[in-house]
Design a protein around this ligand. Structure first.
Ligand code: ADP
Ligand code: MG
Length: 137
């Protein structure tokens, strides 16, 4: 993951305001890696409001000491998002910590919990704190 800088969001804002001609002129001056970076910035989800501002009470971890937090609710309730937000918060609070994401299959973990619409990469990008780049491997 690479940290997103304020430059990323101001670049995105400026890009939106430019005319097609201004965009073309800007692109013309960039080399290939810079162009790729620009696409990453433009593709990244919009930074959203802070999670603790929008989370429903049941989506926030229980107060006090706890070992297991079971969030049992119907489809679309926000379970995956709550888990992704909690994991992301722990990763920011404890850089380098190891977090086990346990799912039915490795593909479920990757497709839903990591790369899904409510997954950790989306949540991290929405937080405006990080962008991610999948490794080639
Ligand atoms: N508190 C919330 N405010 C706004 N959107 C939310 C909230 N909780 C979840 N969402 C969004 O609702 C959708 C469904 O959430 P998701 O976590 O995938 O549900 P579940 O895993 O319970 O099926 C996702 O787009 C998610 O980002
Ligand atoms: Mg889910």
């Amino acid at each position: 993951m690479t940290q997103s800088t304020p430059v990323s969001s101001s670049l995105r804002t400026r890009w939106r305001q430019w005319t097609p001609e201004q965009r073309r002129e800007f692109l013309r001056r960039l080399d290939a890696p810079e162009r790729e970076r620009l696409l990453e910035v433009l593709d990244a989800p919009e930074p959203g409001p802070a999670w603790d501002q929008v989370a429903r009470p049941e989506q926030l971890p229980p107060v006090g000491e706890w070992l297991l937090w079971l969030y049992m609710a119907g489809r679309g309730a926000g379970k995956t998002r709550a888990a992704a937000e909690w994991s992301h918060g722990r990763a920011l609070a404890y850089p380098g910590c190891r977090i086990a994401l346990v799912g039915r299959t490795p593909a479920d973990v990757r497709d839903v919990m990591i790369e899904g619409d409510s997954g950790i990469l989306t949540v991290a990008a929405m937080s405006g704190r990080c962008t991610s780049r999948p490794s080639a491997a």
